[in-house]
Design a protein around this ligand. Structure first.
Ligand code: NAP
Length: 251
């Protein structure tokens, strides 16, 4: 259980991020701040929609507009979280994008955007959260990587570089923070059904399915449950790990 814990989830308004917010709420968090680069219907509407979808009425959901690729926005999010929630115990670096192309056709912008949103965002938020977590001598940082960061994928050199980057970052930061009782772990999802993968065509999806031993796509909840575990007391002795949640794809 995560009773009375306070969490921040980047990119938490939909997809895997939203499932993580709901899982942390159901596990007992008292406050969760979710960030996103845009809230088409406003921050309050997003927060109250998620609030309605969770059964734990003791959780207070807060939405905050912030671009994960901006260090300034990351500091503002952490400040908002600490001020409004009275502390911060859990950081989930989830925000991410794809801009797929073969390297021959990939533009510099496609490369930079993916690195900035997927990799630099993890630097931004992890750096901004250090002071409050070190001060309280407790913290749980979870980073959403991808199995392609372990095995590569044609047409995704930018995305794969960003995810391989966060895997290295996870291990280094785990070593830096272990003595402060802060654990840092990554979850590496396989092929999960969200808007990110809905973009793939039917042939790509069929090929992907053939490579999954458990013969189904993952759900955002499959990932969220593992994130919840890594933040729980059951995982207190786990740090610097990259946990693949992929239906057996990379076994
Ligand atoms: P998604 O459905 O596209 O959701 C991504 C979330 O990130 C959205 O809420 C999006 O906000 C937000 N976001 C994008 N750019 C941002 C920025 N600059 N600042 C703040 N938030 C931003 O994707 P998903 O499938 O849930 O992916 C979540 C994470 O899992 C990503 O890190 C992804 O790489 C990873 N992952 C996914 C899969 C998969 O199969 N789906 C597999 C492996 C890893 P908007 O709504 O405003 O765009």
């Amino acid at each position: 259980m995560l009773t009375d814990k306070k969490a921040l989830v980047t990119g938490g308004s939909r997809g895997i991020g939203k499932a993580i917010v709901k899982q942390l709420a159901e596990s007992g968090c008292s406050h969760i701040l979710l960030t996103d680069i845009a809230f088409p219907d406003g921050e309050d509407a997003c927060a109250s929609e998620i609030q309605k979808e969770i059964s734990n009425s003791n959780t207070n959901i807060i939405a905050f507009k912030a671009d994960a690729s901006s260090l300034e926005d990351a500091h503002a999010s952490i400040e908002e979280a600490v001020n409004k929630m009275g502390g911060l115990d859990i950081l989930v670096n989830n925000a991410g994008i794809t801009k797929d192309n073969l390297l021959l056709r990939m533009s510099e912008k496609e490369f930079d955007d993916v690195i900035n949103i997927n990799l630099k965002s993890v630097f931004n938020y992890s750096k901004a959260v250090l002071k409050p977590m070190i001060k309280q001598r407790y913290g749980r940082i979870v980073i959403i990587a991808s199995i392609v960061g372990l095995i590569g994928n044609p047409g995704q050199s930018n995305y794969v570089a960003s995810k391989a980057g966060v895997i290295g970052f996870t291990k280094s930061l785990a070593r830096e923070l272990a003595s402060r009782n802060i654990t840092v772990n990554a979850v590496a999802p396989g092929f999960i059904k969200t808007e990110m993968t809905d973009k793939l065509n039917e042939e790509q999806k069929a090929n992907m399915l053939k490579s999954i031993p458990l013969k189904r796509l993952g759900t955002p909840e499959d990932i969220a449950k593992v994130v919840g575990f890594l933040c729980s007391p059951e995982a207190d002795y786990i740090t610097g790990q990259i946990l693949a949640v992929d239906g057996g794809m990379t076994m």
